[in-house]
Structure formats: structure tokens, C-alpha cells
Write a protein that binds this ligand. Structure first.
Ligand SMILES: [Zn+2]
Ligand SMILES: [Zn+2]
Length: 198
């Protein structure tokens, strides 16, 4: 009752271990008449039962203290709901990770090769390397239907870097300073492409 909604219906079940002590708390308070008298005034955080609060999650409507509230564009949301939202948002599968890695390894491997082709015009590498990294990430996004996993950006960056290092060793037997610089540019471009698309 203390934690019920305005229309008297019970709150939804909170699928969270942290909620258990609070539900116990509700029962003990329902037995306490003096506490119940305050029920319309004071609500407590669902995670921190000792903190009273007027803040409610805009998704699951549980009460939460300022530490538990996350500000979103549409209001304050509890941590569990933010997390659940992200999990739905990040819908990438293992196959997607594989595709991202493959596309980015190829892109990374191309980087030292293109540098070799550029030869004396190595200064062009500062434009070309990010374009290759970003392009590989773009292809990866298209291959996976723009689905992203929580770690897609890291897989993309790692793929470009690994492909680039392997190819540099195969082509020129090692990593020169410029090759490293180009690979860093290509890697950060691939990472940024995935982050930007979120
Ligand atoms: Zn919530
Ligand atoms: Zn709290």
C-alpha cells in the first residue's frame, strides 16, 4: 500500500535482488500504524530503503533517490530500466561481431598496402588512412544491417589494428613510425564510425 500507485493498483514486480529487502520493509511498515499515516507523504528509494524521495522512474514508476536516478532526454529513469533499454538497443549477435571483425581486418590490412602505393605522397595518408578505417566500419555496419553489439566499436577498432599490423609485417617486414600513425588514424576512424552511429 505504501508503495502502490495513485490509482491503488500494486506496483509491478521488480525483477531485481535489490528490491527484496524493500518489500520486506513494506510489510513491516504496513503493520506499523504510525508509519502508515505518513504513506501519502513519504516514499523511499527502491534500492536504498533508508532514503526518502519524491522521484519516480518514468518507466517502471518505482521510487528512487537521486543517486539511483539517471537523467534521460525524457525524464529520470532508474538504473535497471536504463540497463534494460541498452540491452534492447544493443542487439548485435555473435555473427555480427564476426562480420564486423572480418570487414575491419580487411580494411586494416589494406591500410599499409595503400600507404605503399602512395609511396612518396605519404602525406596523403593522413586523409586516406581515416577514410579506409571509416569505410571499413561503414561496410561492417551495412553487412550487419546496422545492428550493433555493446562491443562492436571495440571489435571494429581491434580488427583494423590487427589487420593493419599483420599486413605491415607481411608487406614491409615491420611497423614504421608512419605506418603506426596511419593505423592509429584508421583505427580511431573505425571506432568513431561505430560510436557515431549509435
Ligand atoms: Zn525503472
Ligand atoms: Zn537509491
Amino acid at each position: 500500500m505504501l508503495y502502490g500507485r495513485a490509482d491503488g493498483s500494486p506496483l509491478p514486480q521488480i525483477p531485481c535482488a535489490a528490491a527484496a529487502p524493500i518489500l520486506d520493509g513494506v510489510n513491516s511498515m504496513d503493520n506499523n500504524i504510525t508509519e502508515t499515516a505518513l504513506e501519502s507523504e513519504i516514499h523511499y528509494c527502491a534500492v536504498h530503503p533508508e532514503r526518502d524521495t519524491g522521484l519516480r522512474c518514468n518507466r517502471c514508476e518505482r521510487y528512487m533517490c537521486v543517486d539511483c536516478a539517471k537523467r534521460t532526454p525524457v525524464g529520470y529513469t532508474c538504473r535497471e530500466c536504463v540497463r534494460g533499454h541498452e540491452d534492447r538497443f544493443f542487439e548485435g549477435t555473435v555473427l555480427d561481431y564476426g562480420l564486423v571483425a572480418a570487414a575491419c581486418v580487411v580494411g586494416g590490412a589494406l591500410t599499409p598496402f595503400v600507404m605503399l602505393l602512395l609511396g612518396g605522397f605519404f602525406i596523403l595518408g593522413f586523409i586516406v588512412a581515416p577514410a579506409i578505417g571509416g569505410g571499413a566500419a561503414q561496410i561492417a555496419l551495412q553487412l550487419t544491417g546496422r545492428r550493433r553489439g555493446r562491443y562492436s566499436a571495440y571489435v571494429a577498432a581491434g580488427g583494423v589494428l590487427a589487420g593493419g599490423i599483420a599486413s605491415a609485417f607481411l608487406l614491409v617486414g615491420g611497423l614504421g613510425l608512419f605506418t603506426l600513425l596511419y593505423l592509429a588514424l584508421a583505427t580511431s576512424a573505425a571506432y568513431a564510425r561505430f560510436k557515431a552511429s549509435i
